[in-house]
Design a protein around this ligand. Structure first.
Ligand code: HEM
Length: 465
């Protein structure tokens, strides 16, 4: 039962990271029910069948995002792509997708950039083979370089390493801050939050906001100075954006491609692109470390299909069903968004016989779908075989929805899939991984509301010397 003012927030935080409450409610009330965040109702859709009927088949009705006060505080208004609606959202989603395509997603260009990061990451690992070493921190650098290349056209090396250190600290601060009870309580139950001890949302985030925007504004300023408006080709997202801005301004439109929108797009792409991919890689390695028989099978397949220390590329993907199954199962078990992002209806509608007004909160509960025991028996068990069919081929399972569904489905899915495959398959092709002297990485998710990157330490041995 929701409590006055609190709603269901307390049940959620009692069972971190949040999966179990939604599973329990689904069993009790079915796949459409109301969940109260403070005094705001959200209609939860928690089966794949129902998501298909709503978010996919009736996508326009379910595509809008709820505009929360804390987001406006961070962004100084309605900017970016992840939290905007209407023309701003469609224009910038389309522009970002087509820019990503132009940078070679699906062609070799993006793969080449990622493989450079794979090799650089491994150079660092190679220096410490046979000893305990930090795994997720190195991958974090690699993934940060991919995203920074895409946004601003350079990787962090030499004197730029200080910049990366500062940015990583900011990311870590933000991850901890947003998974704390105090922060979530203020976001969803603002009336009562002032009675709680600790920093208010505004106090906790102001400096972080200033520092993050300062980084993006500096990059944008530097791009503006050196940009060649006469060349049609762009090397990175910021350059492509500034060219579009100039074109639009010449046509009298000074709003749609504003400077503020650009820095907010950078925030969206940076955030959505870095932690998600990094968390998934660190969980994958943790699960494999806890399941040595999985690593053995990964190596058997790689030995059969690749059989050397050459780089694994996207053209090998179809030949490595078990590797793909491990990545799928890692995404399912990592289940990095226990609640997913908050949508609202863009018009009045009827759902499961109930009338729902325009503007009502709705949520595609993807974590419940990925823990559905009808589809994934023993759902908390890490078992890549779920994704292998009787012909030892990769099995397509519609309920695997880590990138969500519908019109807001992850904008970076193509990039993320390429990164996951190239980083993870090359990692296991190059190394045999075993526990650090401190033991196996923890798989405990019960400390935070949400899923944050693992600290993974391990010992690596090169498979080819
Ligand atoms: C393993 C990696 C990733 C996972 C699991 C993931 C998952 C998601 C999910 C679940 C959503 C919410 C969809 C919804 O509202 O229902 C989302 C949105 C989004 N993602 Fe990702 N993501 C990943 C990587 C990336 C990358 C690499 C980028 C950027 C380059 C990115 C950019 C975005 C953006 C901009 C949105 C908001 C889209 C919109 O509202 O139109 N993501 N992602």
């Amino acid at each position: 039962m929701p409590l006055p003012l609190f709603g269901n927030v307390l049940s959620l935080s009692a069972e971190k990271p949040g999966y179990e409450s939604f599973r329990k409610w689904t069993k009790q009330y079915g796949d459409v029910f109301t969940f109260w965040l403070g005094s705001s109702p959200y209609v939860i859709i928690s089966s794949y069948k129902r998501m298909k009927e709503t978010f996919i088949k009736d996508g326009e009705t379910y595509m809008n995002k709820v505009q929360l006060d804390f987001q406006r505080f961070i962004r100084d208004g309605n900017y970016g792509v992840a939290e905007t609606n209407g023309l701003v959202w469609t224009t910038h989603r389309r522009f970002a997708l087509s820019t990503l395509r132009d940078f070679g997603l699906g062609k070799d260009l993006m793969q080449e950039k990622i493989l450079i990061e794979v090799e650089e990451t491994f150079q660092t690992f190679d220096k410490n083979v046979g000893k305990d070493q930090d795994i997720n921190e190195r991958f974090n650098e690699g993934v940060a370089n991919v995203i920074n290349q895409m946004l601003f056209g350079y990787r962090f090396e030499k004197e730029k390493m200080e910049e990366l250190k500062k940015l990583s600290e900011l990311m870590e601060y933000q991850e901890q801050f947003f998974s704390s009870f105090r922060t979530n309580f203020q976001i969803f139950v603002p009336q009562l939050a002032r009675f709680l001890p600790g920093k208010t949302f505004e106090e906790g985030i102001s400096q972080w906001k200033t520092d993050f925007f300062a980084f993006f504004d500096k990059q944008i300023g530097e791009h503006r100075k050196k940009i060649d408006f006469d060349s049609d080709e762009s090397q990175d997202y910021a350059e492509a954006y500034l060219k579009e801005q100039k074109k639009r301004e010449a046509e009298g439109d000074f709003e749609m491609f504003s400077d503020k929108q650009l820095s907010n797009m950078c925030i969206d792409l940076w955030f959505a692109g870095l932690s998600t991919t990094n968390i998934t890689i660190s969980w994958t390695i943790s699960y494999v470390l806890h399941n040595p028989e999985v690593q053995k099978k990964i190596h058997e397949e790689l030995d059969q299909m690749i059989s050397s220390d050459r780089m694994v590329t996207m053209s090998d993907k179809n030949d490595l069903p078990y590797m793909n199954a491990v990545i799928n199962e890692s995404q399912r078990c990592a289940n990095i968004l226990p609640v997913n992002l908050f949508h609202c209806t863009s018009r009045d509608t009827v759902l499961n016989g109930y009338s729902i007004q325009k503007g009502t909160g709705v949520l595609a509960q993807i974590s419940t779908v990925m823990l559905d025991e009808e589809v994934f028996p023993d759902p908390y068990k890490f078992n890549p075989e779920r994704f292998i069919d009787e012909n030892v081929k990769l099995k397509k399972v519609e309920e695997l929805v880590p990138f969500s569904v519908g019109k807001r489905q992850c904008l970076g899915e193509g990039l993320a899939r390429m990164e996951l495959f190239l980083f993870i398959s090359n990692f296991f092709n190059r190394y045999k991984v075993s526990a650090a002297s401190t033991g196996l990485p923890s798989l405990d998710k019960s400390k935070e509301l949400g899923v944050i990157p693992r600290k993974v330490k391990a010992v690596l041995e090169k498979r080819y010397v």
